[in-house]
Write a protein that binds this ligand. Structure first.
Ligand code: ACO
Length: 291
């Protein structure tokens, strides 16, 4: 059998090596950080319906746990996520007809949406390949840090579709117009450094420094008032589509709503600065523990 024929035979065979649904996502909670990982390294962490369902369960389980203050999303192995699973997400669900397609879309878009409005701050730690559908969860995370050697691509055009599932929207939200257009039409990959220059991620670092930097950022977030963090992250997403006056009004109301969850924190923050002179808000966060 030629190697092309062998590959084709393998692709159409039942996937006996495939892992159980519960095993498609891994996570550990350590010192306030939930380290969540796409866990199909043998498939470069492409997103199958099983993975999408399991990720929603994991997000559900972690969202309101008191020992989780920040969530980090990364990938096992050499990949962050190679996008949608072309076999299980596209071919196999299309074989079920429209109900199958729509169900698969709901499952993937559903957890990305959940992550976009997650209760806790979230960080994408992009350790390797990040393609197509991967831009959905990438954008859903509040912050993103990448290995310089990571590779980002809207590869949809290379196999004959437009970048859907939000990927085109993500490119337009995060990149300047010309860069987004080039990225969508050319099907060329960019490395982590270029992704940072084009605005897809906050920073790119050598791969061996990535985790330490993410941990450092997570620790800073953990020192902030959690009610204020949730209000601020939602506000940054919401105000992008508002007029100035609407944003001004929304922000007044968002703060007043936040006060109903925690009216003590900001008063404590003012007290520690003005009365106790124990810190300076311009240089760091107030001490939550003494409040
Ligand atoms: N869908 C289905 N299977 C995939 C996907 C995917 N998106 N990505 C990787 N795999 C599978 C491969 O078919 C292969 O399976 P096999 O071992 O059963 O043959 C296995 O994962 C390993 O992949 P390789 O290609 O052998 O890994 P390599 O490290 O050489 O290359 C790369 C990695 C560049 C990521 C390559 O796998 C690739 O191009 N993947 C597709 C990327 C892509 O275009 N994704 C879709 C984006 S569009 C969208 O998401 C809507």
């Amino acid at each position: 059998m030629t190697s092309k024929a062998a590959r084709a035979a393998k692709a159409s065979a039942p996937d006996s090596s495939d892992r159980a649904e519960a095993d498609t996502v891994a996570f550990d909670v350590i010192d306030g950080i939930a380290w969540v990982r796409f866990n199909r390294p043998e498939k470069r962490n492409c997103m199958s319906p099983k993975l999408n369902r399991q990720m929603m369960r994991v997000l559900d389980e972690l969202e309101f746990r008191e020992d989780v203050l920040v969530l980090v999303l990364s990938g096992e192995g050499t990949s962050w996520s190679a996008g949608m699973d072309l076999k299980e997400y596209f071919r196999e669900t299309e074989a079920e007809g429209l109900p199958g397609v729509r169900r698969a879309q709901r499952e993937s878009y559903g957890w990305w949406r959940r992550l976009r409005w997650y209760q806790k701050p979230t960080i994408a730690m992009v350790n390797g390949w990040c393609f197509g559908g991967g831009y959905g969860p990438l954008f859903a995370c509040d912050l993103a840090f990448a290995a310089e050697e990571a590779q980002f691509g809207l590869s949809e055009i290379n196999w004959g579709i437009l970048p859907g599932g939000g990927a085109t929207k993500v490119a337009r939200e995060l990149m300047p117009f010309r860069k987004a257009m080039y990225h969508a039409l050319m099907g060329e990959n960019i490395d982590g450094k270029t992704a940072a220059e084009w605005g897809l991620v906050n920073e790119a670092l050598p791969g061996d420094q990535l985790k330490a930097r993410v941990e450092q950022v997570a620790k800073v977030l953990m020192e902030k008032n959690p009610v204020a963090l949730k209000a601020a992250k939602d506000a940054i997403r919401r105000v992008g589509e508002m007029t100035y006056d609407n944003a001004e009004d929304y922000l007044v109301r968002a703060q007043e709503a936040a006060n109903s969850f925690d009216n003590h924190g900001r008063k404590e923050g003012i007290k520690q600065f003005i009365d106790e002179k124990s810190y300076k808000p311009g240089l760091g966060a107030y001490d939550k523990k003494s409040s």
